[in-house]
Design a binder for this molecule. Sequence first.
Ligand code: GAL
Length: 674
Amino acid sequence: MSSEPISRPRPRSAWPGRLTGLAFGGDYNPEQWPEQLWPEDIALMRQAGVTMATLGVFSWACLETSEGVYDFGWFDRAVELLHAAGIALCLATPTASPPPWFSHQYPESLPVTAEGVTLGLGSREAFCPSSPAYRAAALRITGELAARYGSHPGLTLWHVNNEYGAHVQACYCEVSAEAFRVWLRRRYAGLGALNDAWGTAFWSQRYQEWEHITPPRASPMPVNPAQQLDWKRFSAEQHLECFRAERDLLRSVTPEVPITTNFMTTACPNIDYWRWADEVDVVSNDHYLTGEQQDNQIGLAMSADLTRSLARGRPWMLMEHSTGAVNWQPRNIAKLPGEMRRNSLSHVARGSDSVMFFQWRASRSGAEKFHSAMLPHGGTQTRKWHEVAELGTDIAALSALQGSTVNADVAIVWDWESAWALELEYRPSVDVRFLEQMSSYYGAFWRSGVTVDFVSPDADLSPYKLVVLPTLYLASAQTGQNLTSYVEGGGHLLVSFFSGIVDEHDAVHPGGYPGALRNVLGLWVDEFHPLAHAEGIVLDDGSEASVWSEAVLPEGAEVIRRFATGPDAGEPALTRHRLGQGLAWYVATKPDPDSLRALLSTVAEAAGVAQSGSPDRVEIVRRWAVDASYVFVINHEARPTTVPFGGTDLLTGQEHVGSTTVAPGEVVVLRQPV
Ligand code: GAL
């Protein structure tokens, strides 16, 4: 099998040179409005402190009215109005939504589902990423934009497409099937190697001809899991090829203009963003709160920290979030007064050098008309408008933060391939969910005031005091070696159940569980004992757990806690293995939130990781610059909080000496000289 290493060239450091301070603004869709209204838009943008606008994300049908026939006049005028007002241009290639004329002319470019249904028009993102007709048309409009606006003095950033893979993860058409076979031929030395890797001796699946291999279409029983994993890799790669083609074309015309595409780091499970992160000049992210979720600021923080980690610690851009409610959740909960500000400043605290929204002016028509915007339907008399304008003032006051970074002592391993494999059919328990595992560990650290980075399993772990694997079901032997070296060198590692089990083809590692992690953890697992729905168990220190139990047999690890109840009562539940200079902990169940927090606190303390003693819902994060650090204190509590340090609050100019009291729902950003 030919291996496909993630190429990790040193990323181009390309913060848009035309931006000073933090960027503030959003998607601007002037084509949805009469042109007489545009001057008012621009005047209000200035009033709100907007410094950057994203233009053209879904403008293809208005820019290319039939094949090769362009109408750039209106776009020219919008560009000039923005530029004359000193608003930087983030120009999007409109390739996320091909126009109706295109889909009619090239019906084979429409995406097909696993069930064989061709998706229709009248929506957006109706394209097959492998379609030669789509790819050619996307490059043509991209080339036209580059030629026309490439030398425009306002052009600050290229924004390619929109949220690749978010809505059509994979296309199952015949063109895609053929592209899949080509991709497989490159990946495997021959059909024999593919048959071995996929384990096709099972269920009479052995292939004699490449042409017989298909996408994992709707089928009577679960499709071969190795085939499904390769299909997911292939499909994500098809989107990446589309991105690369547009990016390379733009680069050839405007080598000095940075290029991004907006990720959805925690919300698009189909894309392995580790493979994408170094392909962009600037990492950017879209994040939308789950309105009905309690303490949804924690999910926001996780998305922001993951984005910073993809940017390898460098500043990144929040490309989209919402001023209030979205329109696509079952109940679209509006943000309370102050919530949009806390959300925005949490992203900045965690390394974003921009606060951008979808969108500038709320649409009158179309599917998103009840989505909040910077300028609501009610105009400048609305509460939202005033909050947006105040936020513009805050963001301007934070300009000194541009380029400053965030440090973390703890890293959580996040791996999309493992998530894909974990969530295929026929696992020991449907209750082991990737995002839930990540969120529970991340949330426990958040509540203890510990800032974390995320890392890929094969990353250099040496900068961290503690590395945590909430569940890494798929782990290669190389990953096992990386974790072993980290611990031997003095690192502290915490691994949770159902980790290290299979290789990259979803084949169980020889010798049983936990396969690739057996040596580093100093134990083996005789059998999994997943629990019944809602069944709870207790450990011998009284901590409570659910979902999972298993028979752990130490092979060098010492037993710290035992199960007190459940199928493994009396047997190890928490172990600790000394290896070289370091420690490897293993937890064989899913502790409830309080028990997990206590466990992580013990593990963090052993690793020498500082934990803030602040109340549960007070978020404290520090950004570092050369001459100062900036401490964000975001009070999500309904009562005031006092932190035991001072500094100059950039948002108010107020000096705090020795301690700082933050009112309910308020935020301070304290500058402390270093
Ligand atoms: C994003 C998308 C925007 C808008 C928004 C609504 O995913 O990029 O165009 O649709 O969702 O929340």
